[in-house]
Structure formats: structure tokens, C-alpha cells
Design a protein around this ligand. Sequence first.
Ligand SMILES: [Fe+2]
Length: 567
Amino acid sequence: MKNINLTKLALAVFFLLPFGEAGRGFTQSLIRGPYLQSPGQNSIILRWRTDVATDSRVNFGLTIAANTTTTDDATSTTEHRVKLTGLSPKTTYYYTIGSTSSVLLGPDSLLHFTTAPDTTIPNSFRLWAIGDFGHGNQAEADVRDSYLRLAEKEKPADLWLWLGDNAYSDGTDAEFQTKVFDSTFGYGNIFWNLPFASTSGNHDYNSICPWQPTFCNENPENHSGPYLDIIDPPIHGELGGVPSNRKLFYSFDYGDAHFVSLNSELGSLVSSYNWLGLFNSDTSFTSPMLDWLKADLAATTKKWKIVLWHQTPYSGQDNFTDDGVQQFCVASRVHFNPIIEKFGVDLVLVSHDHNYQRTFLINGHYGNSSSFTPSMKINGTSGKEDLGEPYIKYKNGPMKDKGAVYVISGNASEGNDYSPISHPAIYWGEACGTCFGSFIVDINNDTLRGRYLASDDTIADYFTILKKTYVSPEGIEEQKVLGNFTVYPNPSPGKYLVDFSLKKKSTVRIDVLDAIGKVVYSQNKTTLNPGNHQLTVDLEKSNFAAGNYFIRLDCEGVSFKKVVKKE
Ligand SMILES: [Fe+2]
């Protein structure tokens, strides 16, 4: 679908408004939206704001012309909310909005939505994530436009993720209006056809809790404000997940993925309101949010698990997550990370630090950067599939579900220009006063690809996570391609020659696993012709301890040879 023409927003409103309620003696103007919330396989919510209160009507259908199905809400309001039900999965519908008296906006080629994929069949979809946007500046517009160019060149996103600090500086309704909903520097009619799911940041909280920006000493059950008024997430388990019954944090399913939005702003000096665990290093700490998180992740059976919150647990700029100032970041790492890693979360999206950074595939690091050890890297390579180094997450076996990639995407409207990035968990990052961007995720069945889209259209970083079935070294698998397979000398100080023959042309990849099945060495995937071949595996480097290893040869099926590395 061709995506966005921002100028159409103004044109459509200008031409359509005079025909609104004119016959009844007044004109209703569209102030905000429409925008889309809670996209399900069979339902979606449309929201919009008008200056004059009326009832609400959405007409929709499979083509622009045939939008003849109608859903009404009789409540007279300026804050319109209509939930459409009975929809088909992964189906595009065109719509108009208005009242029972008149159409306020549409029909228009940009007024459409697509329902979530059918989870009973392999599915694919695209995410667009932005963090720390809402400054209402040229950088925000540049990041937006780089996404639009990618959408035009490839395809648009299916779901939009907001990573917090959504409207600067205080998350007021006026700031959301001018810096987010507006089309000059904000996102204009992207809202018309791209549903968003979000988390709150500390700046949004400046209008939610009167005790902010330092500590929120207000009962979370009473939190209210512009951000919470704007969002309309499925908090009662309507779209999967355990009901949170609060907009503060929630979960939902989309395709074969489970999404969790956590709230890293619920740190308080009042212990009963301290749901984040701020200033609390007790690993047994719990709270209504953490109890819900455990129950929610334990219950999901979705293949992919993606969690978003705002305050980053890792950052390599100026000891950002080590020092005493960023205690919300520290608390998120101490209390969120052990839970999400226990339940096999694949990808964490955060912001707060105004740059892009991302980790290796890691597990088990809950302290300051100095406590990070190499063993916490489940895979310490680039994660780049074209280099033969995708991150593998096993569906079974001793390394089942181990490892997550943490992405900071916090430069959608402002960049940090202080020290170089240095943190042992971070694979790469970009930080400067003029470095802006957003993050694209493509999920296709067993493959997740993440890309950092800089505002100049450069793909400055990328990685792939593959879900694979683990085959035990003791297992036997019928080989259709592989002929002979020998490894020698064995034992050896670390250098092994791998002789093998192929019955037909095949891609070949060699990995070395340690005794518990963790991949410790990989060779690039290559395509070889039928016949005899020899490759070398070199474990002589000092970081490979003496002991038992398994050389795994993957050529459309896997075979193992146990080898011993001598002292
Ligand atoms: Fe922030």
C-alpha cells in the first residue's frame, strides 16, 4: 500500500468540514486523529477529537467506495471512540469517520487499517519503533520522513511502537497535539493507517504524577493524565495476555508475537507505590507490576516475545546506567531483566538515552558494567546474517530460550553528543548531536531482523535472530546431502581439519559448541559444489579452554563430531 501524503491531512479537513453538521446550523471541526488503537485479528479501536460534541459513526468496507458497514456510538462527546468488531485477520479495510448526521472525514486512500495476522498460520509483519520523539523539531520530522521513504521503497510498518518521552517537555495534551499529532513536525496522517502501542517516559509522567520529575509518590492506581487519556490498549486480555486491568502496563498478541509494555516510571519513595523497585537491590523484591509480568510471560505460548519500556538498562555513554543519577535505569535492569530473561524474551526496546545502541545476545547481567563477564554473551558476534553470524535462539535443549538483544532507540528527535559509547554488553552504537533515527523490526515466521534506520536513510546497524530446533550432539539425523565427515587430529591443541563430502551443491556452515551446547565459534556460511572439501577450525586462541567440544557441520541437516582440546 502506498503510504503517506502529509499534505492530504489539511486538504481533507478543509474540504470536508463545511459539509459536516452545516445543515443543522453548526460546523464540526476535526481536532485530532483519527488514530488507531488495539489492533486485533478481529477488532480495532478508532479514536478522534472534535471541537463540537456529537455521537460517533465509522463506516468501513473492503474498498474505498464500498465502506458500507456502519458502527455507531450514541454518546455525545468530543473524544470519539468506536470499536469495530467482527473483522477478518490480516485484512485491509477503508473507513470514514463522523456522526450519524454526517461524514466528517473520508473517503480517502489513506483512511484504512489492516487487522493483525492470523496466528494459526506462519505470518510476517513489520514494526516501527521511535523513542524520545515529540520535541516538535526538524529532527523529529527528518526521522519521520526517513521512515516514510523506507515505507515507500519497501513496505510500511504494520505496528508502531512508542518507547516513551513521547511529548516534550511535560507530556501535556497541548504538547501531544502540536508535537505529535500535528503534521508539521509530528506524524500527521501516519495516524490514519498505522496503529500504535506505547509506553510512557519520565517526560510524559510530568503531567501524570504531580511529584515528578524526580519521584512519583502517588498511588499508581490513581495515575491519570494526557498520555493515559490518549492511549487505548487492550488491558483486559482482549488481544491475549494476562489482564493487567491498568493502562500503566499491559500486554497483547500480534501475529506470532507477544508484546509487553512495562512502566519504568513507577519508582517511588513510598514503598507501597514503588512498583519498579527503585533504590531496592533485593532480587526477591516484588510488586503488582512484577507479579503481573511473571504471570503474563509464564502464560504466553507465542514464538516471539518483545518487551518495551523507557529507561534503558544498559548504556555505554558516560556511565549512564552505572552512576547514581539514572536510578530508574538501574532498577529496570535489576528487576525487569531477570524476569524477562527467565521467560525467554527475545527483544527489548527502550530509549531515554538519546542515541542508538544495542547489545550482543546476552543473558544474566544485572549489575554495573564492570560486572559484565564474557560468559554473559550467549552470542558475542555481530548478529549479522550476511556475515554468517546470526543470533540463534533454540526452541529446545540446554540453551532453550537463552539470550535477549536490548536496543536503545532514543534519538527520534534529539541526539546526545557526549562521550564515545563503551559498555561490554553493547555491540555497537551511534551517538552525536546530529545523529537521529528509528528502529525497524521485521518478523517472518522463525526470523526476526532488526535495523537501525538513520535519518539520512542509512541502515547503520542490523542483526538477525533465528529460532532453531536444537539437535543434540548425541542425536542421529538422516543426512541427504552430507557424505563422509571426519575431523582430525583429535585430540589437538586446537586446530582441526574438517574433511567432508557433499552429494549435491549445498550451503555449509560450521559451528563449535561447548559441552552445554553454547555456540563458541562460527564460520561463515558458504555454498559449495558436490565433492570433497576441507575446512579448518581453529580453537587455539587462549579464550578457548581445554576440554570437550562438538564441531557441528550444517548442510541442510546437521552432524556432530566430538573433539578434545588439549592443554
Ligand atoms: Fe527519558
